[in-house]
Design a binder for this molecule. Structure first.
Ligand code: UD1
Length: 420
């Protein structure tokens, strides 16, 4: 397992380009199961979650070839309809093959994702949505088995206790594009990744409107054709880099970062005292003083993203004053807290909230990442901390950040990967 060696770093300077969005790429790769014709996907991030999704598609009989950041996907004649436990258990997003398989083959067997380190992650909304369209669902030997004699459009309500669900919206949308008649998804997720999926489906000939709002309307088609599509830039990677530049100080241009995808973060960083300007196709972040404490509440888009909660907590750990984090999506998503505390952060937890009292400095320590975004938080903390931080659990970082150590090093951060 590799580890990252992080040294106390000064201000960051320069420009860096954001990769394509992992969370858009994964459901869009699954959506290729809806056609028989070849698809070309551009702007694919080189991260291990994409490798896992490509492996699932290959297991189903799909040809997948990668050429740098392009994927050539040829689903012609694939016949498989099962996604096995060993792949689903390493990546929950594997679940989004369920909708397309059901729509194309009228049957799907997908291993039920188990518990997750960031807390309970139920699948009830996925199953409820697909049942509404006419699927019969059973759980057998740990697998979801979905069958149908034919899917029919209807009104599907996807509101959960924590609001909308991104991948349940994706699953229902992908099933509905080949269902007979009109489907209306109420309480649909509005995340940019859902919009990107809808745009891809439209490029394949699907009739979808309302994406980006809470009500999506889909008129089923009898078949979809191949398409070429460019994945949107990764707003979470862009946000992580914005936070790193804000926390360490400096003047950094993030090429490809979109202000319309990052509104809540930009507002929070400005409140903390960071300068952010939108330039042609990029965001420029300037930070030259100790930041003020801020409060953060995570919410579905366009609220503050849960995936940036851990990274911004590293910044808050050295801000001036007291800040409160309220986690409304995953109330137990605080595994980074004990690790940040080992580096000298003063953070106390109360249920789904954390109170962060900014300290003057963090001190380097050996720390371990338990998940993708916790890893990003510890990278930022390690670069701010005195002396050296050794970060284990780097495989989590590699699931969703493409060579982040090279991107940060190109801006002047002192960060190296060591194979062990
Ligand atoms: C996606 C993202 C993930 C992000 C999350 C929330 C991908 C591959 N992953 O995950 O990075 O953190 O959105 O923005 O896109 N819920 C239910 N029942 C369900 C499904 C979800 O109650 O059937 C709840 C979840 O427990 C959570 C909330 O709904 O509280 C939102 O989760 P959801 O949007 O479904 O997350 P994912 O789509 O799995």
């Amino acid at each position: 397992m590799d580890k990252l060696i992080l040294h106390h770093s000064g201000a960051l300077h320069g420009a860096v380009r954001v990769s394509g969005a992992k969370n858009a790429a994964l459901p869009i790769m699954a959506a290729c199961l809806l056609t028989e014709e070849p698809v070309v996907l551009e702007g694919i991030p080189r991260v291990t979650d994409v490798v896992t999704m490509a492996d699932i598609l290959r297991r189903l009989g799909v040809r997948v070839d990668q050429d740098e950041t392009r994927l050539l996907i040829d689903p012609n004649h694939y016949t498989g309809s099962s996604a096995p436990y060993e792949l689903v258990s390493v990546m929950r997003a594997s679940l989004c093959v369920l909708g397309p398989l059901l729509a194309r083959h009228h049957r799907a067997r997908v291993s039920l994702p188990g518990g997750c380190i960031i807390g309970p992650r139920p699948v009830d909304l996925h199953l409820k949505g697909l049942s509404s369209l006419g699927a019969t669902i059973a759980i057998d030997h740990g697998d979801i088995i979905a069958t149908t004699a034919g899917l029919y459009g209807t009104t599907v309500h996807l509101a959960g206790a924590s609001g909308s669900s991104v991948l349940a919206t994706a699953n229902v949308m992908m099933a509905a594009v080949l269902a007979q008649g009109r489907t209306i998804i109420e309480h649909a997720a509005c995340e940019p990744e859902v919009v990107d999926l809808a745009n891809f489906l439209i490029a394949m000939g699907a009739r979808v409107t309302g994406h980006g709002s809470a009500v999506i309307q889909i008129d089923g088609a009898s078949e979809l054709h191949g398409a070429t599509h460019r994945i949107i830039p990764d707003r979470i990677e862009a946000g992580t880099l914005l936070i790193a530049a804000a926390a360490l100080g400096g003047d950094v241009t993030i090429i490809g970062a979109r202000a319309d995808h990052l509104g809540a973060l930009i507002e929070t960083l400005r409140e903390a005292g960071v300068g952010i300007e939108q330039e042609e196709g990029s965001l420029r972040v300037r930070s030259d003083r100790r930041l003020k404490a801020v409060d953060v509440t995570t919410l579905p888009f366009p609220g503050f993203p849960t995936d940036l909660q851990a990274p911004i907590m590293a910044m808050m750990a050295v801000s001036q004053g007291l800040g409160v984090v309220i986690e409304k999506i995953y109330p137990e998503r605080f595994m980074h807290v004990p690790e940040l505390r080992r580096m000298g952060a003063q953070i106390s937890r109360e249920g789904s909230s954390a109170i962060v009292r900014g300290v003057d400095r963090l001190s380097g320590a050996p720390v371990t990442a338990s998940d993708l975004r916790a890893a990003a938080s510890l990278v930022i903390a390690g670069l701010m901390a005195e002396n050296t931080t050794e970060l284990r659990g780097v495989e989590h970082l590699d699931r969703g950040y493409e060579h982040i150590e090279d991107k940060l090093a190109s801006l002047g951060a002192s960060i190296q990967r060591e194979a062990s």
